[in-house]
Design a protein around this ligand. Sequence first.
Ligand code: ADP
Length: 273
Amino acid sequence: MTQAIKINNLKYTYDDKDTVFDDFNLEINAGQWLALVGHNGSGKSTLAKLILGLIEADNGTITVFGEQLRIDTVHHVREQIGMVFQNPDNQFVGATVADDVAFGLENKEMPSSDMPNVIDEALTIVGMQDFKDREPHMLSGGQKQRVALASVLALQPKIIILDEATAMLDPDGRATVMATLQGLKQRFGSELTLITITHDMNEAMLADRVVVINDGQLILDGAPSEVFSQYDVMHHNGLELPFVGELAVRLDPKPDGYLDERELIKWLSDLKK
Ligand code: ADP
């Protein structure tokens, strides 16, 4: 199994006073979709900044596809990682959707004759090809985030990190972005590693693996069903459960472990018999 990211003995303190990480370790396999959750201030965005080399670890190592992040490798490492941020309005530079996707390609000095195909393909993958001549600012939040994803995809990253990318969207927008991510996973398989930083446990449920951090410490790590069956730990860390998890907690008797929506409905109907 190829390793996308390996974080070893990471230490990081802001301005010599606020220690965020002290001996933090995490390995992420290529092709995995990892949801990183934890309440505000637990260190999720700091971890993303460290992986991108935007800030430098005080100690420990971060290795991306076998290449250790250092001053002389940061440029190459960063080229392999795409980032989508929370506020869809802060990410646009182009006058049209197509211009916006083109911007990153121009920076990469792609010949302009190659661009239309690459732009079309990226917009098709996120279902936004019909919008390519539109002004980005006229789109809905979910559409904007899908364009932001297309801009990232056009650069062929091996890893995409989405930092609260659905937090400002309405439920429809969230649903379309999550469906787009599920589509990416199906399409790219082990070629694309996804890290979604989120407050929304219904979204985290869609990932292959959920990592809960609190105060820079790894609290829970496992498949969504394993993590969300730790109801008490989740509540203790100020985290809500996905809707079906909340429902299970309120049931008496409770199911043994975490059940997804379909399993929970079956469990309830069996109980009645
Ligand atoms: P999260 O993304 O989980 O909300 P962050 O990584 O933003 O958490 O923050 C982790 C900790 O680092 C918090 O205590 C926060 O106050 C602190 N922090 C974040 N950014 C800065 C900064 N630029 N300078 C100083 N402290 C910061």
